[in-house]
Design a protein around this ligand. Sequence first.
Ligand code: HEC
Length: 450
Amino acid sequence: MPKFYSFFILILLISCNSRETETLNIPPEKITFTQHIAPILYKNCVVCHRKDGIAPFSLDSYKAVWRKKKTIVYMTQKGLMPPWPADPNYSHFVGERILTKAEKQMLKLWVKYGAKKGPDSALPKAPNFPNGSLLGKPDLTLNLENIELEAHGLDKFLIVKIPFSIGKDTFVRAVEFVPGAGNNVHHMNGHLLNYLPSKKKNVFDGNRVANAQAIDFDEQVLKLNLKNDDGTDAQRIHSAVNYLPGVYPTLYPEGIGGFKLNKIGAFVASDIHYGPSHKAMVDKSRINIFYAKTAPERPTYELMLGTNGQSEIVPPLVIPPHKIITCRTKGIVPGDISVLTINPHMHLLGTSFKAFGLTPHGDTIKLIHIRRWDFRWQYFYTFQKPVKLPKGTTIIVEGVFDNTTRNPHNPNHPPKTVSDKNGSMKTSDEMFQFIITWMPYKIGDEMMRF
Ligand code: HEC
């Protein structure tokens, strides 16, 4: 090769290399697992990639990471892991997991330069998840009945009763559902029944599980024995515990949200939805409870827009085959509120989701923008500080649904009309829903940090 060319190639190589490392301030051959890689993975991956986590393998040791190193580079370069659908250029949330350019580069160069281990002494302490909790050490853990999942490849819907007796009345700050069958638990909506000992002799009486798809469903629910002994209803706390894949439970500061927990009661998972399973397994899910010191000073409320909610969807959520449609739904805020947490929800045909407030003065308050909707990651997003929506603000929610063959998640081949009108939450029906957890606004709320 003529001298001139080799010189040129050398320059090119040098410049590529310097561009690759320019975001890092260490030479790439010095990158090691214990010093540089473990901190990135502990912070962004291990919450799911651990024993009993929702991901299918752990990323909490050198050996485990070494085995997956190539896929890790691929998934992180593509932005597929860690999964964080909300656009960080639009709004920010608690527990945001997004790799910086430098962190992605670090992972890539670490693998390229031999994926070295580094000194053991440099390894940071691995994150700890007591009783599977993402929030810390729970005050109380309640186990659900073991649920057998058959390998029949069908959706399964159950109602499960989780009774308890704790000696004295108390207050609860947060309740967390920890799925036992990892990725197979698609969602769980639960409420709490607070019983009075004078009205209920034995909360443990009755069946624990009812099959929501059975023909004798009503009889099965009766056998759960949820009512008071005199046939009246116990006090019911709605949405006491919810779960969707990847959900990070919310722990607001003391005094915000929460509810009373009587000394006897039962959580009722009013529907647990298991996705189609092709492997037989036993689900050992549990509920972690965190007590509050005092009664909630500032109770929180929920507003639900769209499917099953308080606002109309326009046009109605009926998606003809081979069509892409945009639906909107709106709600007007009756007084000044502080928004704490939001939950966008669609199924397989959803492709993008946006929600914002439009104040009476015409200002836009950004809530969330998901440019590439992914059915698997249905987070409850908690703002880093409460977002004030002034009285009269219109909350506008927009969702795009793609019922063409170009949508790789389309469950129907060929596509057929899909709607939210079947009243079911089956994955193959569609939903367009936005849940807002809020409290009445107080001066200074914007200064809080969650
Ligand atoms: C919110 C939970 C969660 C977080 C956080 C997360 N993952 Fe994952 N990851 C999963 C699940 C679940 C799967 C299984 C496949 C799927 O459902 O996409 C997976 C799959 C993977 C795969 C295998 C992909 C394949 O096709 O074989 C890799 C590699 C991976 N994750 C790397 C990472 C890395 C690296 C991070 C952090 C930078 C991370 N993940 C953070 C949940 C998570």
